[in-house]
Design a protein around this ligand. Structure first.
Ligand code: B3K
Ligand code: ZN
Length: 901
């Protein structure tokens, strides 16, 4: 089939500064859900002689153009926007246009959700509101007038400060907002409708009074306090840790039920998915409470890292996202340390969770067809590059600066960054330069983390000189070309600058002081090595002599986003799990033991051998489970088996069915062998008193519910009854939902009744109904007497449920994404039924909302990694989508890259 809409690739190297500056923007909105008329008055100044002004515009109806009060005739209009010729050096351009908010199902630009108006402009949504130089390096001040029917839209909000309000004829009213800070168009926002808020006044560090508001639909007002508390914590934290204060007099958070992602950092008017605002004990889990604090923090922190200093172009996205994720991670870790166990493991729990995501999602991305550097070099659709690489690996890159420069050095770099660039649109290179200059360091080689994709593999070899007490450590690094790097003409990859933290542990389990050859004396017990060559040797001296070499604890606290390929024995791993002073590496040792045992079981399943549970693993699990000196939160992390998706990545050829069987066998075996210990943990980690979502009680609930999940695997009625009772008695969603999950996934006799009861209790709360859909999308296929019932059948039946809709992204994600991305064994059913469903849903969603469809499309990224029948069926499904008559640029890029890999 002939295509006219060939994809256009945008390249980083083609960046040129804008031909015009736009200094001030005045917008007037006549809000109407069917047809909203926008009058935009722009003060412009020419920056490049002779060039036309090319404004982007999409899905707009142009009603008029004038310059300095005179209608303009010399312009050209096409699909992508408006080209204006013959403009003066400076002047005022007025454009009148209309858009259709209610018909806008893409949730980009101006749209209607549950009768209220919202906007989403990042990355390129502003051009769906009015014609504009819609790029982040065009920064302007904004004045916004909103006019609407007062009864239907009593609340009218925009960025900045409210400077006027008045009644208009015909039951309409107006509000005027002014944002004093110049900003790029992607940070523009308006909200209008029937909303209510809680508010609080606070005084910042320098003594200024600020008004904070959280706006929601009226029925949700009782679920806003946690978001408000989180905002106040975030404001205080940024003052203390980075000396950064809230600049505006007013800061608002607004919740909306239809939203493409988590939240958006519009200046002074953050817009949030309800999922990251609304919480109370009855409806939200500990994880929800925790995520709300983290996302509220993230968006607030953007006010400096993203808004005050923004990106020059979208290739620099990680400049704001990697940095802001790093900041929210540190914020969460500090909050957990404040409320959690004081043994130092609370921060490690946060680190473990972050590394788990990195390994399960980012490492596969970095090895697949969409692999790209933290600062990509090209894209077809920028919305496809809001990725775990840009965000989470980007945060790892920022963390490495801190590891290399120390906390104080990092702070100096941040201070210099703001001193140099406040009010500017800059690049990742500018950030690196600030870090380097503030610390007098050469970080040129470190810059390769921005330009090279892929996960480096670090090899470790040790040589012990027993007589001299010397340990020679040889590190190697390898990172073959991936994704787009494999195209001809791409330069060879160079070694990374890897901050490699390590310790050496003596026979007694204690850390040894570290002295490198050539150093006068021994220093600390953890050392960050500057590992910069393809192969590099480090010699540690003055260690206790004797036959037994000290045991290295490698990459402490996961000091770099790499894979460490090392051959520990089971005994060594057990020793590290028991003794390592670095809590992250204690967890890591347990994961290595479990991964090894699981991969062996997978091979046994594949070869048809009888399965047997590994004794070293049982012993290790028992000792963690019963070690009450460890915090419950840490024990929960250590006792969670590696995910099926992670195991798939560790195999040469992934076999989801075998992985699932092996992992289930291990779960059931651990459940039975350690039943009394699980029961002991279940009983001793009960919380008392009313529900509180703090880290310590959440940790106890997490361990208790993990234990419950194992206990029901034993398959006896007493354990089902325990889960049934917890379900009925729970005074909070964490415990109720964990019990429901245990019942559903263990095929307990009462599962259908429990599911029905849950729906009935919560059918009026959309976020809880999402949990109900999601649990069923992720449930195992049936085993035992009812074997053969596939989850795909349940999912297809649920698509017909009256509460299901493709239009609401949360609902679509709850059912479809949970099945396609969260249930590998069922999704990858051998008959290809999962892939057929995937193709249908990608196409159905694409007609409504390309951004959501493109996310779902990525579920088949790794098709080449799977066993043969699956691989062919996945390719067929990808080809079916690629051949569709009408496809968004978003989905076309994803399936195109998958197929050409
Ligand atoms: N900056 C937004 C993400 C916008 C996504 C556009 N497709 C949220 C955030 O990272 O804080
Ligand atoms: Zn962000």
């Amino acid at each position: 089939m002939l295509r006219t809409d060939t994809p256009v690739t945008v390249h980083r190297k083609d960046y040129t500064p804008p031909a015009f500056a736009i200094e001030h923007v005045d917008l007037v909105f006549e809000l109407d859900p069917q047809r909203t008329v926008v009058t935009s008055t722009l003060r412009f100044a020419r920056r490049q002689a002779g060039a036309p002004l090319v404004l982007a515009g999409e899905a707009l109806e142009l009603l008029g153009v004038s310059v300095d009060g005179q209608p303009l005739a010399d312009y050209r209009q096409d699909d992508g926007g408006l080209t204006l010729n013959g403009l003066p050096e400076q002047g005022t351009l007025q454009i009148v246009s209309a858009c259709q908010p209610e018909a806008n199902t893409t949730l980009s630009g101006l749209y209607v959700s549950n009768g209220n108006f919202f906007t989403q402009c990042e990355a390129e949504g502003f051009r769906r509101i009015t014609y504009f130089l819609d790029r982040p390096d065009v920064m302007a001040t904004y004045r916004v007038t909103l006019r609407a029917d007062k009864a239907a839209y009593p609340v009218l909000l925009s960025n900045g400060n409210l400077i006027g309000e008045q009644e208009l004829d015909g039951g309409r009213h107006e509000a005027v907002w002014e944002d004093p800070f110049p900003k790029p168009s992607y940070l523009f926002a308006i909200v209008a409708g029937k909303l209510q808020c809680i508010e609080q006044r606070i005084t910042t560090g320098s003594g200024k009074e600020k008004l904070l508001q959280v706006w929601v639909e009226p029925q949700d007002l009782d679920k806003t306090q946690h978001a408000m508390d989180s905002l106040i914590h975030a404001i205080r934290w940024d003052e203390q840790r980075f000396g950064l204060e809230l600049d505006l007099d007013r800061f608002m958070i607004v919740a909306v039920g239809d939203f493409n992602m988590g939240a958006m950092e519009n200046k002074g008017l953050n817009i949030f998915n309800t999922k990251y605002v609304l919480a109370n004990a009855a409806t939200a889990t500990d994880t929800d409470f925790f995520n709300i604090e983290s996302v509220v923090g993230h968006e607030y922190f953007h006010n400096w890292t993203g808004n005050r200093v923004t990106c020059r172009d979208w290739f620099q996205l990680s400049l704001k996202e990697g940095l802001t994720v790093f900041r929210d991670q540190e914020f969460s870790a500090d909050m957990m340390a404040q409320q959690g166990a004081d043994d130092g493991s609370a921060r490690a729990v946060k680190r473990i969770e972050d590394v788990r995501v990195l390994r399960q999602v980012q490492f596969p991305e970095d090895a697949g067809p969409m692999a790209h550097p933290v600062r990509p070099d090209s894209y077809e659709e920028i919305n496809n590059f809001y990725t775990v690489t840009v965000y989470e690996k980007g945060a790892e890159v920022v963390r490495m600066y801190q590891t290399l420069l120390g906390r104080d050095g990092f702070r100096k770099g941040m201070d210099l960054y703001f001193q140099r660039h406040d009010g500017q649109a800059v690049t990742c290179d500018d950030f690196l330069a600030a870090m380097a200059d503030a610390n007098g360091r050469d970080l040129t080689q470190f810059g390769r983390w921005y330009s090279q994709a892929g996960t480096p593999v670090v090899g470790v070899h040790t040589d012990w000189d027993a007589d001299q007490g010397r340990l020679t450590l040889t590190l190697t690094q390898q990172c073959p070309k991936v994704g787009i790097e494999t195209q001809p003409g791409t330069p060879e990859k160079q070694p990374f600058h890897i901050p490699f933290a390590l310790g050496l542990i003596g026979e007694d389990g204690k850390d040894l002081p570290l002295q490198l050859d050539g150093e006068a004396a021994a220093g600390d017990t953890t050392r960050v090595l500057n590992f910069t060559e393809a192969r590099q040797t480090f010699r540690f001296v003055n260690l206790p002599k004797g036959p037994r070499a000290p045991l290295p604890s490698l990459l402490r606290n996961f000091s770099a986003p790499v894979i460490v390929d090392v051959d520990y024995s089971d005994d060594e791993l057990t020793f590290l799990l028991a003794h390592d002073s670095d809590p992250f590496n204690r967890w890591e040792a347990g994961q290595r033991l479990a991964t090894r045992a699981l991969l062996k079981l997978v091979a046994d399943v594949q070869a048809g051998r009888e399965l047997e549970l590994d004794h070293a693993l049982i012993g290790a699990f028992r000792s963690v489970l019963t070690d009450t000196s460890l915090s419950p939160a840490f024990r929960e992390q250590a006792l969670m088996l590696p995910a099926e998706a992670y195991l798939a990545e560790r195999m040469g050829v992934a076999d989801p069915a075998a992985i699932h069987r092996a992992r289930q066998f291990m779960r059931a075996g651990l459940a039975r062998t350690l039943q009394s210990d699980w029961l002991g943990a279940y009983e001793t980690s009960a919380t008392t008193g009313p529900y509180r979502p703090d880290a310590e009680s959440a940790g106890k609930r997490a361990l208790r519910n993990l234990a419950l999940g194992y206990l029901v695997e034993v398959g006896d009625d007493a354990m089902y009854a325990l889960a049934g009772e917890q379900y009925q008695q729970a005074d909070n969603m964490t415990d109720r939902f964990a019990a429901l999950t245990a019942l559903v996934n263990s095929f307990a006799p009462g599962r259908e009744a429990a599911l029905a009861d849950f729906y009935q209790r919560f059918e009026h709360d959309p976020l809880v109904v999402d949990k109900w859909f999601s649990l069923q999308g992720m449930q195992r296929g049936e085993v035992g007497p009812h074997a053969g019932k596939r989850t795909i059948d349940t999912v297809r039946a649920l698509m017909q449920h009256p509460a299901f809709t493709l239009r609401n992204p949360n609902r679509a994600r709850a059912l479809i994404f949970s099945f396609c991305s969260g249930n590998p064994a069922q999704f990858h059913a051998e008959d290809g039924s999962g892939y057929e469903f995937w193709a249908e849903q990608v196409l159905a969603l694409d007609a409504i909302n390309p951004q959501v469809a493109a996310r779902l499309a990525r579920a088949l990224d790794r098709w080449q990694k799977y066993t043969l029948p699956l691989r062919d069926r996945m390719r067929a499904a990808l080809e079916r989508v690629a051949a569709a008559d009408k496809l968004s640029r978003d989905v076309r890029e994803i399936v195109g890259k998958a197929l050409s890999a």
